[in-house]
Design a binder for this molecule. Structure first.
Ligand code: ATP
Ligand code: MG
Length: 390
């Protein structure tokens, strides 16, 4: 197959590495355009596997599983950033794979990721890479207090430690068993924002509106669009920076770039994810094309269209905690009451077992105005027992 061939809706099968909720929403977007969808995931009970036409039930590096996926799918993407880059490279010998393993590999390593930001001319937090006792000893005092982060495999704030001085830094690195880490200066954050961009096979880039994000306990809790506290000029800067990061990487697919806005007004890039992102779920109900449809379009070689926000929106993340009362007894959240609210759109991922901190779904609340969306979202939060302050 010529690499630039358009895979027409209704005529091809799209594959995805990973069976989580991001894979599920990719599959749903693909199916809505008439594609068949195949998922590779070892879990017999995965959110994406449950809705796909076909599931290959093997690990990411299983040669037979990869061969089966390549045989079934005309093009393959990923929903999970820690899919081994080698697996994507193997698939790419036979099929179009987007994003490429080489791009995903950069996102898997905080040190490489920061080097790429620098190469793209986008500022990130002052930091040092720590891979040896010598590098630990050489850390510049200006980076303390700081946050020590494992270079690989961190998510939702896991694999991180706040350190005040050299003694705490050394102890934290030892507790992380001396794996390669990045120490970042602890920054005075005003707020956090992110941008979803999509880049096509032809190099065309489209940018979604900037989203403002609130985290609780290291996990995304609330996303608001339009970003209420981010000046227009900063939003433009973030969109341009995200597009440049994708272009400089030769990236194809959907990329999420997270930023910090500092108290002094400076914008710094934090990290990126080579896939749709939790903070981009608002696009499902508030934009004329979702981040998942953009992923499908980019993979299929279809035209990308500059997304338009048609409604102000608040997204509330729904964690497993909502399925338990104050005494720890399991309960069902009051979806019937929530769905009576104007503008409420519920997305549940089909996970059978709720657990504390587990992402079970999200709620998009759109309105004719930002005030209307916020009012409805606060009512939803109150009904669900979530904090109504953000
Ligand atoms: P996820 O993958 O869920 O986005 P993560 O585990 O990769 O998270 P980061 O995004 O690096 O972790 O950090 C998690 C949160 O910690 C950030 O959203 C931010 O609130 C805070 N944080 C991270 N780095 C810094 C920093 N240098 N200064 C101040 N706060 C920071
Ligand atoms: Mg993050």
């Amino acid at each position: 197959m010529a690499i630039d061939k358009v895979l027409m809706p209704g005529e091809a099968t799209l594959g995805v590495m990973g069976g989580g909720q991001l894979g599920r929403m990719f599959v749903q977007a693909a199916q809505s355009l008439g594609y068949r969808a195949v998922v590779l995931d070892a879990d017999a009970d995965s959110p994406a596997g449950a809705v796909a036409h076909q599931q290959v039930r093997t690990g990411y590096l299983d040669p037979q599983g990869l061969a089966e996926l390549a045989a079934a799918a005309d093009a393959i993407t990923t929903e999970f950033e820690n899919v081994p880059a080698q697996a994507l490279a193997t698939l790419a010998e036979q099929r179009r794979v987007a994003p490429a393993g080489r791009c995903v590999a950069v996102c898997q390593d905080r040190a490489d990721e920061k080097a790429h930001f620098k190469a793209s001319g986008v500022a990130c937090a002052p930091h040092a890479v720590i891979r040896s006792e010598a590098e630990l000893a050489a850390v510049d005092a200006s980076l303390l207090p700081g946050i020590l982060k494992t270079a690989r495999m961190g998510y939702d704030g896991k694999g991180q430690a706040r350190v005040r001085d050299r003694a705490e830094l050394a102890a934290a690195w030892a507790a992380m068993k001396g794996v390669p880490c990045v120490l970042e200066q602890l920054l005075p954050l005003d707020l956090e924002l992110s941008v979803i961009v999509a880049r096509g096979l032809d190099g065309q880039v489209v940018e979604f509106p900037v989203q403002q994000n609130l985290h609780r306990d290291g996990i995304l809790a609330v996303t608001e669009v339009p970003a209420p506290s981010v000046p227009e000029a900063v939003q433009a800067e973030a969109r341009t920076a995200a597009a440049r990061i994708a272009t400089e990487l030769g990236y194809v697919g959907v990329l999420c770039v997270e930023f910090f806005l500092l108290k002094d007004g400076r914008l710094l890039v934090n990290e990126m994810a080579p896939r749709p992102h939790n903070s981009g779920h608002y696009t499902l109900d508030a934009c004329d094309v979702s981040q998942f449809e953009a992923q499908v379009r980019a993979l299929a070689g279809l035209p990308l269209r500059q997304p338009r926000l048609h409604s102000p929106v608040v997204m509330l993340n729904l964690l497993g905690d909502l399925w338990f009362d104050a005494e720890g007894r399991e309960r069902s959240p009051c979806w019937d009451q929530v769905l009576a609210l104007p503008g409420a759109h519920l997305h549940l991922y089909g996970k059978a077992e709720p657990r504390q901190g587990r992402k079970m779904g999200h709620l998009n609340i759109i309105g004719a105005s930002a005030a209307e969306a916020a009012a409805s979202a606060r009512q939803a939060a109150a009904l669900l027992g979530l904090p109504s302050e953000w």
